[in-house]
Ligand binder design. Sequence first.
Ligand code: C5P
Length: 403
Amino acid sequence: MELSGKRVLLIIGGGIAAYKALELIRRLKDAGASVHAILTAAGAQFITSLSVSALSGERTYQELFDLTVESEMGHIALSRAADLLVVAPATADLMAKLAVGLAPDLASTALLATDKPVLLAPAMNVRMWQHPATRRNLAALTRDGIHIVGPNDGEMACGEFGQGRMAEPAEILAAITAILKPVNLAGIRALVTAGPTHEPIDPVRYLGNRSSGKQGYAIAEALFNAGAETVLVSGPVALTAAATSKLVRVETAIEMRDACEAALPVDIAICAAAVADWHVEHPHTTKLKKPNAPPSLVLVENPDILAELSHHPTARPKLVIGFAAETGNLLVNAAAKRAAKGCDWIIANDVSTDTQGKSVMGSDSNRVHLLSEAGAESWPLLSKRDVAQRLTAKIAQFFGRAA
Ligand code: C5P
C-alpha cells in the first residue's frame, strides 16, 4: 500500500467541508496510513469527534490543555510523531494564525511546533479567499514552504460560486502521496530552462516575454532534491539561485539554446522558459534616441529550443517536457503544441487573468493539466513547488523509480 507505515496528523478546521475530512480519513487508512486527528472547536460544530475516531480508530484530540492527553502524549510530541500534518479544511482563520505564528489552541500549536511538512487544503467563501489578507497569508505560507492543495472552483455551500471549495479527498490524497512517497532520481541527468529571454534592441532596451521563472526554478529544485543531476539554464529573473547541480545564466534565446546544447546528453529536458519568439537582426550598438523617428526593427525567428531538443538528431533526451501557456482553448491548443513540437509531455496552464485581474505569471500557485500520449490529467490548484514535486513524482514513475 502506497502510504504503509506513514503517520498523518489531520487537523480538521471549521467549515462545511469538514465532512469531506471523514472521507479523507477513510482513504488514508485504505492507503495504509495511520491517522490521528485534531478537531478544532469550529470543526466540532460540523462533525463529531465520535465519527472522526470511529474512522481513524484513534482518539481525537480537541483541547490544548487536556491533562490526560498531556500525560499520554503532549501536544509537541503529537505534532512531531507524524510524518505529515494535513489541515483539511484549512479555514482563513487557521491560515492567518499559521502565517503570523499565533498558537492559541491545540491545532495552531501543533502546526507551530512541528518539524514535519504541512499541507493545507483551504476551504472558504470565495470573497474570503480573494481578500487581500488571505492573499498575503497564502504568499507568506508558500514562502515558508507550506504545501497547498486547492481550493477548487465551483458552487459553494453558502450559495455563491467561485474559488473556495475544498479540494476533493482524492486530490488531497494525491497531494499527500506526492509529499510522502520517496522519489529517487539518482543517476538521472536533467536539463531545465526557466525565465524569459531578453533580446536586445539597443544597449538599454529589449524584447521579452513575461516570466518570473518561479515554476522552472521549482522544477529544477525538486529534481535536484530527488537526486537528479540538474542543470538549470535561466534567463534574467529576480530569483535567488536555486538548489541545483549547475546554474547557467543566459540573456538571449540563442545563448539559452547554446547552453542547452552544451548540457547534453541528458535523460530529461524540461523547457519551462518563456523564450522570446524573435530577436532583432541587428541590435543598435548605441542607445536609440527618442526624438528621432521610431525605429523599424527587422525581427528574425529565434531557435525553438523545445522543438530542437525533441528532434535532436544525436542526443534526444528520453523524456522531453514543454509548457503551453494559453489564454483560451487550453487543452486543444496544448495538444496541438505537443504534436507540433514533438515533445512527450506538455504542461498546459491558463495564463488569462482571473476575475481579480491577476495572472498566474509571477504568482505562487498554478493550475495545470499534464498532456501525454495517455491523454490529459488535470491537477488541482497547487503551489508551484507542489506542481514541481508532483511532476517529479511523475518523472520518477516514467523512469521506473517511483517507490
Ligand atoms: O511556442 P510556444 O512558445 O508557445 O511554446 C511553449 C513551449 O516551447 C515552452 O515549453 C517553451 O519553453 C518552449 N519554447 C522553446 N523555445 C522557443 C519557444 C518556446 O523552448 N523559442
